[in-house]
Design a protein around this ligand. Structure first.
Ligand code: SF4
Length: 406
């Protein structure tokens, strides 16, 4: 009997560095970072560890502070107890649909969790509560399609997880095909970090044919490529993106601002120039969510804002077209400006997306503490709201709802 033939990317998945190999292969480095075999086991049990061979080649293993190492290598800080399991209140969006794995996030936008795993596991992931499991993956696709078909206001669907491209070609073809039968769905987005973790996924001709056949003028497939550091954009990642473009796929980027990874204007300039030069439209730069097991990556917002603004001074209009966003439970808030008057620091946030459409475009002005990471005072006292009226009250109510569910 002939065995099942695996594509190269599938074989590479089987060769990843896992928790068991961390000490066998990189014991000295792990010890230098204060890790023991037991600690690595505890971290892996809470948040799975996997590093692709491709990504491992990009890491400077002689440098314990290498930014790419920090992205994927376990850290004892992950066992800290602070932070939230579901910082953005995704359960609220799922409760709205009543369909496990389907979130109705904002009026026009739905999220379908198509896979629970990833090629490698980011140590700061905001879905740490679920990645590596299929606990929140959509298994009843029929119910999901039927919800989307009934809700004519949904005009774009984000396929996510985990990593959307961990789903098999068969599953992706079925999902894309069924969504294309729903007339009011235009753009279908796929969220992924596979172009940098496992670029060989995009050398699979069958996958490219599937994407091409569902992406056309007026009904575009868009891949949102997750890139955090310029060192991730090597020639193979560039090639993976070029193949996606060749299949008629529109490309956008998302990045997370993180301590020890990209927290300098110079690194951000290099990152966003690299993204733009690769033909990818810079879309979002996220404030790192203070999620349980990942709080050590978060920068105080004021500090982060200063770094981002300094970087923008050196970027072209295209390269700085991204928005600096805090994914608050009440909506996506753009950090618009920071002003210092006397001893007070004021910050202005604006709803780029809002769960309640009445607040779309509304601004909130708060006095802001230099060391705060978020709006809710997760790490300290609530901030004093100066202006923003109903929108501010809404943000507070949603934050309380989130706290009650975590
Ligand atoms: S690829 Fe995305 S979903 Fe997977 S671990 Fe990284 S951030 Fe989380």
């Amino acid at each position: 009997m002939r065995g099942v033939r695996h594509e190269r990317w599938q074989r590479e998945l089987g060769q990843r560095i896992t928790a068991k190999q961390v000490f066998r292969r990189h014991g000295e480095l792990a010890a230098a970072k204060g890790l023991t075999d037991g600690l690595v086991g505890m971290i892996d049990a809470a948040y799975p560890i996997a590093i692709t061979r491709h990504y491992a080649k990009r890491i400077d293993w002689s440098n314990p502070d290498d930014p790419l190492l920090r992205i994927v290598f376990p850290d004892a800080e992950e066992l800290r107890a602070d932070g939230f399991g579901d910082q953005s209140g995704e359960w609220i969006s799922t409760r709205k649909t009543g369909v496990p794995g389907l979130q109705h996030k904002y009026g026009p936008t739905a999220l379908l969790m198509v896979a629970g795993t990833c090629a490698a596991y980011c140590r700061y992931c905001f879905r740490r509560r679920v990645v590596g499991t299929e606990n929140e993956t959509a298994l009843d696709l029929g119910a999901a399609f039927s919800y989307i078909a009934r809700h004519r206001e949904i005009n774009n669907v984000l396929l996510t997880g985990g990593d959307a491209f961990m789903a098999s070609n068969f599953r992706l073809a079925e999902i894309l095909g069924r969504l294309r039968q729903i007339g009011h769905v235009g753009v279908i987005r796929l969220g992924t970090k596979m172009p940098v973790y496992l670029p060989s996924r995009f050398s699979d001709p069958e996958l490219l044919r599937i994407l091409e056949s569902h992406s056309s003028a007026g009904k575009r497939v868009c891949v949102v490529s997750h890139i955090d550091h310029p060192g991730e954009l090597d020639s193979q990642a560039q090639e993976a993106h070029a193949k996606l473009m060749g299949a008629g796929v529109h490309l956008r980027s998302q990045s997370v601002l993180m301590r020890g990874v990209n927290d300098s204007p110079e690194t951000l300039v290099e990152l966003f120039r690299g993204i733009t030069d690769a033909g990818i439209a810079p879309h979002y730069l996220f404030q790192c969510r203070p999620v349980k097991g990942g709080t050590h990556f978060a920068l105080p917002l004021i500090e982060g804002y200063g770094i981002v603004e300094e970087a923008k001074r050196h970027l072209s209009g295209l390269a700085k077209s991204f928005r600096f966003i805090m994914s608050h439970v009440s909506g996506k808030m753009e950090m618009v400006s920071v002003e210092r008057r006397g001893r007070d620091t004021f910050a202005v946030f604006k709803y780029h997306q809002a769960r309640d459409p009445r607040f779309l475009g509304s601004s909130i002005l708060v006095t802001y503490r230099e060391k705060s990471f978020w709006l809710d005072g997760v790490f300290g006292q609530p901030h004093q709201i100066i202006a923003g009226g109903e929108a501010a009250q809404y943000a507070i109510t949603q934050a309380r709802l989130l706290a009650s569910g975590n």
